[in-house]
Design a protein around this ligand. Structure first.
Ligand code: ADP
Ligand code: MG
Length: 151
């Protein structure tokens, strides 16, 4: 199942993140792909809002992982600088924990991603518009996308 949105502002992107974040539960995994400045971190801010994260979510480009406490912990990863040759698979253990993982540049760690996840692609249309494509990998994520239809 896939679903597409055209998002017209930063605030709308945060709202979409809030809606998605309100549908996740412990152990969920969301992957984000899209160019620099596409809005991956912005979407993550919205997800964090839904998880009642109080700390500031920003681009953790120099820190691969930031853990934010909330209703559920948020494991915010930016794996821009990782590839399979760097052999860093210490992130893998977080996918087994009770928090929600959100991974920017997730394609760089395709080799350690869980079997099921919500795959989100963000494309820049112009200065303020983005196309966001959600794809469910696995039953529970397809169900999540179906539920979004009812909003
Ligand atoms: N519709 C939109 N959705 C998200 N960000 C937008 C949008 N329009 C403009 N922007 C701007 O694009 C930038 C996105 O940055 P960020 O979320 O850090 O991107 P990424 O994490 O993908 O590199 C921000 O400066 C934001 O203000
Ligand atoms: Mg970012």
């Amino acid at each position: 199942m896939t679903k597409e949105y055209v998002i017209k502002s930063e605030q709308e992107m945060i709202e979409l993140g809030k809606i998605i974040g309100s549908k996740v539960d412990k152990n969920y995994c969301i992957t984000l792909s899209g160019d620099l400045g596409a809005g991956k971190t912005t979407l993550t801010k919205g997800i964090g809002k839904a998880l009642e994260v109080k700390s500031v979510i920003n681009s953790p480009t120099y820190t691969i992982l930031k853990i934010h406490e909330g209703r559920l912990p948020l494991y915010h990863m930016d794996v821009y600088r990782i590839d399979s040759s760097s052999g860093d698979d210490s992130l893998e253990e977080f996918f087994e924990l009770d928090g929600v993982s959100v991974i920017e540049w997730a394609e760089n760690i395709a080799y350690i991603l869980p079997n099921e996840y919500l795959k989100i692609k963000i494309e820049i249309l112009n200065d303020s518009s983005r196309k966001v494509t959600l794809k469910g990998i696995g039953d529970k994520y397809n169900k999540l996308i179906e539920e979004l239809d009812n909003e």
